[in-house]
Design a protein around this ligand. Structure first.
Ligand code: ADE
Length: 344
């Protein structure tokens, strides 16, 4: 039997009953695919339900504020996904009259929709034969077809996409693409794949050449950067504090945080005081370190070592916020964990 047919048969026998597999509505498929980028299915599911409940259609999402969308996204990470989701919802609702683009070519033009997501939506919703190649798919193809081109090189991206496009089942692209993703996630797992029960065991190059551990090949990631964050948690007599919104292209754009002093190495009280900018003056106040050991927050390319410094003061500027107001803001998980454990 051909690869595509064998794969679809495996899928029909083994597929999980996932909520986004019960619909062909492009809004719901788009939402699920954006959530599932860089997120495991079990982590993504509650967010999928939360978003559909709050915003059952693209117009509802378009009418929300960005702050509300970021708050609902809180904890999923890679927040540009949420900002792009909201931007594109507004574009579809207000510039395209609410009708979802209905082809790969149109979908890929949307902000936040790359090659993979456009192919996933076009195949699942409109049965357009476009191969959707994600991390799972690289692994399956690299192993079964014995391809050692690095999956994160431009040559690799091109080669894997061409191969997937060559082997896709043109009559059932929705099932084929989902089958490939599901097979990578459930059978041809990164570690300890289930080769004993694999329908491709006789033809799989990696299995037959004992190269399962070697494939797929990935170029080494850039070195992880260490950063040192110091948050100044001001507390006035009325129990208010100061929060700032992060701007610019760095991490957590649009989320809120306490006034931040970033230092080149781990700060002690003396050098912290010297590094605090004038507008956050701590002179005549005594910042008290809350956590002796920095909290380590790991992102894909950087590890953030964070100290929280409590700065009690009589009065704060009028933009200071109460705890109830702070709790409504979208914040990084690192800040949320602090707020949950600190007794304001
Ligand atoms: N990962 C990315 N897209 C997915 C999907 N549609 N089903 C399961 N896992 C996925």
């Amino acid at each position: 039997m051909s690869f595509d047919k064998e794969l679809i048969n495996w899928y029909l026998d083994n597929k999980r009953d996932l909520p986004w597999r019960r619909t062909k509505d492009p809004y719901q498929i788009w939402l699920s695919e954006i959530i599932l980028q860089q997120t495991r299915v079990e982590q993504g599911k509650p967010y999928y339900f939360k978003f559909l409940k709050a915003y059952p259609n693209v117009l509802a999402l378009a009418n929300a504020s960005e702050e509300e969308v970021l708050k609902l996204w809180q904890g999923l990470g890679y927040y540009s996904r949420a900002r792009n989701l909201h931007f594109t919802a507004k574009y579809i609702a207000f510039d395209l009259g609410g009708s979802f683009p209905a082809s790969y070519k149109e979908l890929v033009k949307l902000k936040g929709v790359g090659d993979y997501t456009a192919a996933a939506i076009a195949s699942i919703c409109y049965e357009e034969p476009q191969a959707a190649v994600d991390g799972n798919v690289y692994r399956v193809l690299a192993r079964i077809f014995g391809i050692d081109t690095p999956t994160n090189s431009s040559q690799g991206i091109k080669e894997f996409r061409q191969l997937a496009q060559k082997v896709i089942n043109k009559d059932e692209p929705a099932n084929f693409n989902q089958a490939l993703i599901e097979f990578g996630s459930e059978q041809c797992k990164p570690r300890r794949p289930l080769c004993g029960s694999c329908p491709f065991v006789t033809t799989c190059v990696a299995f037959n050449q004992d190269r399962i551990g070697e494939l797929p090949v990935k170029l080494k990631k850039q070195k992880i950067k260490k950063r040192h964050f110091n948050y100044l948690v001001y507390i006035s007599e009325e129990g208010k504090t100061i929060m700032n919104q992060r701007r610019g292209k760095g991490i957590w754009e649009g989320l809120y945080e306490f006034p931040l002093v970033e230092t080149a190495s781990e700060a002690q009280l003396e050098n912290l005081v010297a590094d605090v900018p004038a507008e956050y003056s701590v002179i005549n106040k005594e910042p008290v370190l809350y956590n002796d050991l920095p909290v380590v927050h790991k992102l894909s390319h950087q590890h953030i070592y964070t100290k929280f410094w409590i700065v009690k003061c009589d009065e704060l500027p009028k933009e200071a916020l109460s705890l109830a107001e702070v709790n409504k803001l979208p914040v990084p998980v690192l800040i949320e964990n602090f707020i949950d454990t600190f007794d304001f």
